[in-house]
Every structure is written in structure tokens, then in C-alpha cells.
Design a protein around this ligand. Structure first.
Ligand code: GLN
Length: 261
């Protein structure tokens, strides 16, 4: 499964958020908590960040392992941002390895990422997909479960849902149809990060002036808090750094015994 990271805090070099002892860069080749969903995250990466005064974030993504992209390393070293969403991809078997399949997916002010897979893709969620406007379907970034999840979330956002409600609604709708799915979603608008856990790892770190939500801790700081399975997390930096967690559906005690396809 892929790995992702959301950061809200003082403007810092993007590279400093990725290159940590056990951070996203290292998680590309040595993730610690994949829970049976793959071994490495080398099928691509993407980073989205907000720039002061710009209404929409910048997004960079490529279908190569993060460490191989020397041009990005240079850009990330000198690019500062106060709101970042980054992801490293392990493609689900059968899904294309192309730039357009890498998170974060974008639309307006939003950046979106998915760790996991939709079980029984694509037939299991065909009826959900059919609820989308045709234009949304024919302009999916890639023929992948993650791109469809983004279209479903974006559709709810455009109808007025909050980020948290949009994520929760999509996770529950997909899980109803495809119960063995892994649905750790993450979204930000540059002010708030919302994320779900659905059969995958997620941790949070709250500092004096920042919050981080990540698939895995980026270091061994004891302040990292592991999020329970089947939860909805909302994190914001202002007025003070805050992380809220609430339950999302019933706990599935057998989840860790099932292996992903
Ligand atoms: N299923 C998604 C993809 O193939 C996400 C992959 C993952 O989390 N491993 O892009």
C-alpha cells in the first residue's frame, strides 16, 4: 500500500518534511507498517504544496521512486510551504504505473491521496461510479481505484459536503459494496487535513505550532499517536494545533487476519 503525509505548520522546506529518519522518502524503500499490503513504495510519488497568495496548490508527481528524481530533490530543498500533502505509491496489481496514477490528485484548492485498494475493482463499485457525471468519469486522471475515489470525494465536495463528511461518506459507501477494501484516504485544502483509517496504519504528531498526519511516524518521537482502525481524523493548525478523531463504522476485529489480494 502506498504511504502518505499531510503537514500544516510554519513554512518549512518541503524536503525537510520528506527526508526524516523514517520519513516518506525512506518509506519508499523501507516502510515499517505495510500490514501485508506490498513491501516497497517505488511506483511513483507526488507532492502538493500551497504557496502564499496562490488560490490553488502546486502539484508535482512522477511514476519513479522518489529517491531517483534528482530534479525534485533540488526543487524540494528550496521550496518552502506551510501546508503539504505528499505520497509514495505502490501500485496495486493490474493498475497502470504512470504519472497520472500518483497522488496527490488535485481539483481547486484540494489535494487528495489514498492508501489501499478497492476490493473487487472495478465491478464492485460500478454503481457508485455510475452516480458521477459522465464528464467526471471520462476525465479521470487514470483508470485506478484511487482516481475514482477522488472523483467520488470531489463530487460530494462540490455538492457542499465538508472534507470530513465527503471522506466518511465515500469510505462507508465503498466499504458497503466491497468490504475487504483498504481505504485510508487523506485530503487537505491547505487549512485542515482530514483522513480516514480503514484497515491501514495512520499516526499523528502535534507540536507547538504544527500538526502532521502520516501513514507512519517520520521519527521515534514518543509524541506520535497511532490512530485506531476505522476512524476519521481532522487536523488543523489554527487557532491552536488540534487533532480530532472519531469512530467511523464498527471495528473489524478480523481485518488483520485477511490478506489483500
Ligand atoms: N490502489 C492504488 C493504486 O494502485 C493505491 C495503491 C496503494 O495504496 N498501494 O494506485
Amino acid at each position: 500500500m502506498c504511504r502518505h503525509l499531510g503537514y500544516l505548520g510554519p513554512a518549512v522546506p518541503v524536503a525537510g518534511l520528506l527526508d526524516r529518519p523514517t520519513g516518506l522518502l525512506r518509506q519508499t524503500w523501507a516502510p515499517a507498517d505495510m500490514r501485508g499490503g506490498g513491501t516497497v513504495n517505488v511506483d511513483g510519488f507526488g507532492v502538493g504544496w500551497y504557496v502564499d497568495g496562490e488560490p490553488e496548490p502546486v502539484r508535482y508527481r512522477r511514476a519513479v521512486p522518489m529517491w531517483t528524481d534528482a530534479a525534485f530533490t533540488g526543487i524540494a530543498a528550496v521550496t518552502r510551504s506551510a501546508a503539504v500533502l505528499a505520497a509514495a505509491r505502490s501500485a496495486t496489481i493490474g493498475m497502470p504505473v504512470v504519472d497520472q496514477a500518483c497522488a496527490p490528485f488535485t481539483g481547486g484548492r484540494w489535494l487528495f491521496s489514498h492508501n489501499g485498494r478497492i476490493a473487487g475493482w472495478p465491478g464492485s463499485v460500478a454503481d457508485l461510479a455510475a452516480e458521477l457525471p459522465t464528464v467526471d468519469l471520462v476525465t479521470l486522471d487514470a483508470p485506478t481505484d484511487s482516481a475514482l475515489l477522488w472523483a467520488l470525494v470531489r463530487h460530494r465536495l462540490r455538492a457542499g459536503a465538508s472534507m470530513a463528511d465527503a471522506l466518511a461518506g465515500v469510505v462507508l459507501a465503498v466499504a458497503d459494496r466491497a468490504p475487504d477494501s483498504r481505504l485510508n484516504l487523506m485530503i487537505t485544502d491547505g487549512v485542515t487535513v482530514a483522513a480516514t483509517t480503514w484497515w491501514h496504519s495512520l499516526s499523528t504528531l502535534t507540536g507547538p505550532d504544527f500538526v502532521v498526519v502520516a501513514s507512519e511516524p517520520w521519527d521515534d518521537d514518543p509524541q506520535w499517536t497511532s490512530v485506531a482502525d476505522r476512524a476519521l481524523v481532522t487536523a488543523s493548525r489554527t487557532p491552536i494545533p488540534t487533532v480530532r478523531v472519531r469512530a467511523l463504522g464498527r471495528p473489524d476485529k478480523d481485518a488483520d487476519d485477511r490478506l489483500p489480494a
